[in-house]
Design a protein around this ligand. Structure first.
Ligand SMILES: Cc1cc2nc3c(=O)[nH]c(=O)nc-3n(C[C@H](O)[C@H](O)[C@H](O)COP(=O)(O)O)c2cc1C
Length: 357
């Protein structure tokens, strides 16, 4: 069996995107149980949390599921960088009435230790974002019985994953919500749309492609499959699901989003990500090139974002969402997947009628 067979064998070829801060394990479970494939967003988890979470999912379902890690570079910023970044953030902390944090001891969980935990727990699928694993790391996952999916925003990144031995590519188009997965070219050179990116990667590498970005309903699912994708990965479309992890002000921003609500920013985390524009994004835009790179800025704004969520203040939260956000609907995550698949079948029927006429 290959990853392609696993994807072809899904009753519903819809993957729930792993979304740190937005997709708790209950969402993954609901999607896998419905016949799609859920993903555990393990990017922000401590290494020793990962194994038990994977075991919990495995105990709850026989269906396949994925686990996602973010390949954050090890960060050792000097004290003056942190001082400057905290000084820039101090007025925002003050506005919320929260003390500006002290210098953190660490900026992100240790990736090597997270990876070791995933290898040990051996989930059916593991996906990776912000970088490319070495051939040896992929071999270790294969020996454990885990298929490897690499996130790519360009053809070059897809080729790098193929060369390292990945089993599939998640093609992340420009439309996608949350962090951009770029790691080879500059972010501005990694802004290909889902339709072009999926077609280009399918042409360039002999691996199954999972299309992600801007897919909000069954017609979008059908479109991606018609392009040749083996499955789709949807994130923003799940943000209003009953199982969502988004805070109340984030949810309200999604519910009231305008047609063209989202923009890319690196102000919150030091890495470009797409979210609903708010005051923090607007006011930091002139200096966003100066904030320290991910994961440092991410760590320094964490207490601000947590306090803002608690206070119901949407202007200081990273309101990650994709370009299709206005089409997000509430519902049970499992039922949503079933409805989208019925819509996709209807769309395929209409397409077939149109193309055979
Ligand atoms: C709130 C949010 C959080 C995300 N977190 C992650 C993550 O932890 N790991 C990851 O690989 N992708 C993450 N993504 C990106 C998704 O994997 C996917 O590329 C994207 O949701 C697809 O586009 P769509 O949002 O238009 O469906 C996130 C997306 C959103 C909206």
């Amino acid at each position: 069996m290959a990853l392609r067979d696993l994807l072809d064998g899904l009753a519903i070829p819809i993957l729930q995107a792993p979304m740190v801060g937005a997709s708790p394990p209950e969402m993954a479970l609901a999607v896998s149980r419905a016949g799609g494939m859920g993903s555990l967003a393990a990017g922000a988890m401590a290494p020793d949390q990962i194994g038990p979470e994977i075991e919990r999912l495995r105990a709850a379902t026989d269906a396949p599921f994925g686990v996602n890690l973010l390949m954050a570079p090890a960060a050792r910023p000097d004290a003056s960088t942190i001082d400057a970044a905290l000084a820039r953030l101090a007025p925002w902390y003050a506005e919320l009435g929260v003390p500006t944090p002290a210098h953190p001891n660490s900026f992100a969980p240790d990736f090597e230790a997270q990876l070791a935990a995933v290898v040990q727990a051996a989930p059916p699928v593991a996906s990776f974002t912000f970088g490319v694993l070495s051939a040896a790391q992929i071999e270790a996952l294969h020996r454990a019985g885990t298929w490897v999916v690499g996130t790519a925003t360009t053809v070059a990144e897809a080729r790098a994953w193929a060369l390292a031995g990945a089993d599939g590519i998640c093609a992340q188009g420009f439309e996608a919500g949350g962090h951009r997965g770029y790691f080879l070219a500059e972010p501005e050179a990694s802004l290909v749309g889902t339709m072009a990116l999926t077609a280009l990667i399918l042409d360039a590498v002999d691996l199954p492609v999972i299309a992600a970005g801007g897919i909000m309903n069954g017609a979008g699912v059908a479109a991606a499959l018609a392009l040749g994708a083996s499955a789709v990965q949807m994130g923003t479309a799940f943000l209003l699901a009953g199982q969502t992890g988004v805070s109340a002000p984030w949810r309200a921003a999604i519910e009231t989003a305008a047609d063209d609500a989202t923009l890319l920013t690196r102000a919150f985390t030091g890495r470009y990500a797409r979210g609903i524009e708010n005051r923090f994004m607007r006011e930091l835009r002139p200096v966003e090139d100066e904030v320290p790179a991910y994961p440092v800025q991410n760590r320094l704004t964490q207490p601000l974002r947590a306090a803002a969520a608690q206070a119901g203040e949407p202007d200081m939260i990273s309101l990650w969402a994709g370009q299709g956000v206005r089409l997000a609907r509430p519902g049970d995550a499992g039922e949503m997947v079933r409805v989208w698949w019925r819509e996709a079948q209807d769309a395929a029927g209409r397409l077939s009628a149109r193309t055979s006429a």
